[in-house]
Design a protein around this ligand. Structure first.
Ligand code: FES
Length: 149
């Protein structure tokens, strides 16, 4: 009788540990991919064939038709500078993850949470952030803006 109790207990413990391990794996696997877009595998010549394609003729991205406008898409902030160039960096401030804004007058990315500033290529201009935002490439073809690594 006593050994049965122990066996039942061990079965219960084993099941619980299995559930915890499974849950940890699932959440761990989900968090593994921290890149907002698929970097793609490229075709061997250094270029990437994947990424985001934004149709600037649609209302969702209409602000990108104006100098100084910007949008957030898939964890990336895509902006049009006052000179009309398209730039893109990761959206989340590297300090504590608040979304940065593009400021055309300063031509920088600014985090209003604690004042970090980043250049148009994502490098830190002012802390408290110490790490750069990830920079993405952009390519405009007609009204389609491609954003990629
Ligand atoms: S979260 Fe951006 S400066 Fe703190």
């Amino acid at each position: 009788m006593k050994s049965m109790d122990r066996k039942q207990f061990m079965t219960l413990v084993g099941t619980s540990i299995g559930a915890i391990v499974l849950q940890h794996c699932l959440s761990g696997c989900k968090n593994e991919k921290d890149d907002p877009i698929d970097p793609g595998t490229g075709d061997g010549d250094g270029s990437s064939t994947t990424g985001l394609s934004l149709d600037l003729s649609t209302s969702a991205y209409s602000s990108l038709n104006t100098n100084g406008g910007y949008v957030y898409v898939s964890g990336i902030i895509v902006a049009r500078t006052s000179a009309g160039a398209y730039i893109a960096v990761s959206q989340a401030c590297t300090h504590q993850g608040v979304s940065v804004q593009y400021r055309s007058t300063n031509n920088d990315f600014y985090c209003s949470a604690h004042g970090s500033r980043f250049s148009t290529t994502g490098s830190v201009l002012a802390g408290p952030a110490t790490s750069a935002l990830k920079q993405y490439q952009t390519e405009l073809t007609g009204t389609t803006l491609r954003v990629f690594e």
